[in-house]
Design a protein around this ligand. Sequence first.
Ligand code: ZN
Length: 455
Amino acid sequence: MSQSMNEHITNWQAVGQETITRVRDLLRLDTRNPPGNEIRAAEYLRALFETEGIPGEIVGPSRDRGTFISRLKGDGSAPPLLLMSHTDVVAVEPEKWTHDPFSGDIADGYIYGRGALDMKQMVAMEAMTMLLLKRAGVKLKRDVIYMAAADEECGGHEGAGWVVEHRPELIQAEYALNEGGGSGLEINGRRYYPVRTAERGTVRFRIRTHGRPGHGSVPHHENAILKLAAILAKFTPNLLPAHFTTTLREYITGIAATQPPDVALALHAVLADEGTADEAIDRLPIDGSLKQRMHAMLRNTVTPTVLKAGSQINVIPSEAEALIDGRNLPGWTPQMVLEELRTVVGSEADIAFLDPSTPLEADLQSPLFSTIKDVLKEHDSEATPIPFLLTGGTDAKHVTRLGTKVYGFVPGLYAGAGEGRRVHSHDERISVRSLQWGVRVLYEVVERFASGSSG
Ligand SMILES: [Zn+2]
């Protein structure tokens, strides 16, 4: 490798600038899903990689729904590492934004755009990582695979799910880095980096009640709507019982480790007993939204989201149904959640499954997780990396079917309370500083892990 290439690698100022350009380019491509049109991003990436001499392939169920995949070969002495992301974004209400959501505008140190946090910043950071490995001619032990997938926001069946079904050989890897963690977090002035090691599955239900039809003018007790309403009235947020997972234990222990003694004690009290964990969470001297998340990390959740009953105002319907968005913890099958739910719903209503997916929990002791911890410490000595359980789901649900251990790690600086709430909301943005810092952290994790100087 030439001297100048080496210099390019270490010139993080220039790398940061280049990353900013890539993110802005990607934000200007409208990949709202539905309909997606992720081919726009896939073609952009293919051209970028080709210019640098890295071949890639666009795959998918149709031309519009392209997923871009590329690979840097290692010497084969260790199994591959997958850098995964998605190129689609959710809808926008442009009139509620202060900047055009597809402009990539920079203002006050932030880049604005739909996908700035979820997750075109990572599409660009992972692409930069590939480019930098290639430019520096890094000798890899592991292949490093890049996948920028379509359709994550609508379930991933046209993106990562499709690849797993039809072209698994393209992305088969031992480990993967994905969305769902990595961004700095402050609790009582102490800084943490949650790395997503576990993810709940989805287990959706339909609850249906049956009754006696009749004329609306003659009320009776067999009204299907009233039966359903009585059941749904029981659905409080912490409805199902608490269960500790390895990730939750490590998450709480990890936070407690750097908190003042009184807060640490209150945190350990959460782990004392599953039966009293919720009250212990409520007593914690921490931010309310964090408490809400802890309650959700603690249990299988069931949330009514859709109601269907009746068609005419003067007719008592014979059936009523509710759709329930359920999420199951690692180790919990849909059947086990159904049994928990049964005790609440009772035996009268029908309960049916709709499209379950599997929860997952990756090893907290792995060499990749250690590398992440080491690199984070080097770039933020005050930081404590902690594992955490994502209460929602990502494309990890597809990729883990290939046996891949997926970690959610999109390195970013703490940006202040409320900044993360811009995901899927108005004025989504990422700070330029965070992006410059993140691309370096990500590169160093990948370079160190895949070239074998660790792991
Ligand atoms: Zn996402």
